[in-house]
Design a binder for this molecule. Structure first.
Ligand code: MN3
Length: 199
């Protein structure tokens, strides 16, 4: 199968009690898997069948007749990026180059927290909050559904899934509590630093 489900970079219970094993099991094993399965069905026999995932996402973005392929392929990419955006015992203030860049571009870590939390909280319905690098500057954004900054010339550094399936079992309707937990207990600054170094 051209599109594959990657393993989680940690055990199912590694993010508990913040994100439960049940949430990760369903989110990775059912939701992420469904995007893989449906994406493969849709690209079968097309010019996309031999392309790498990132190339499929970029090639189908914004094309109404390819929306099904885009939605599934981009959701596969976004979810893999999201798993790496968290780690056990993560969260809190960053170190390294990303810390300096946040201070330079947002003024302070506290301002980053405010803007990133606002992006996640105000994404109406399903979607994602992002920290990206665009033209050398950090940018915080939100995208609906499967949309990703990857297709708009930015380099994604971190993402947070704000689809209800990401938090409902652990936080019910309290999306702001999930966002606070993501930032305080889970966010993987090593991943953001690695992405920044490659950008
Ligand atoms: Mn999701």
């Amino acid at each position: 199968m051209p599109i594959e489900l990657p393993s989680l970079p940690y055990a199912l219970d590694a993010l508990a009690p913040h994100i439960s094993a049940q949430t990760l099991s369903i989110h990775h094993g059912k939701h992420h898997q469904a995007y893989v399965t449906n994406g493969n069905k849709l690209i079968d026999g097309t010019e996309f069948a031999t392309m790498a995932l990132e190339a499929i996402v970029k090639a189908t973005a914004g094309k109404a007749d390819k929306a099904g392929i885009f939605n599934n392929a981009a959701q596969v990419w976004n979810h893999t990026f999201y798993w790496h955006s968290m780690k056990p015992a993560g969260g809190g203030k960053p170190g390294g180059a990303i810390a300096d860049k946040i201070a330079a571009d947002f003024g302070s870590y506290e301002k980053f927290v405010e803007l990133f939390s606002q992006a996640g909280a105000t994404q109406f319905g399903s979607g994602w909050a992002w920290l990206s690098l665009r033209a050398g500057k950090l940018e915080i954004g939100k995208t609906p559904n499967a949309e990703t900054p990857l297709t708009t010339g930015a380099v994604p550094l971190l993402t947070m899934d704000v689809w209800e399936h990401a938090y409902y079992l652990d936080f019910q309707n309290r999306r702001p509590d999930y966002i606070k937990t993501f930032l305080d207990k889970l966010v993987n600054w090593d991943f953001a630093n690695a992405n920044l170094a490659k950008a």
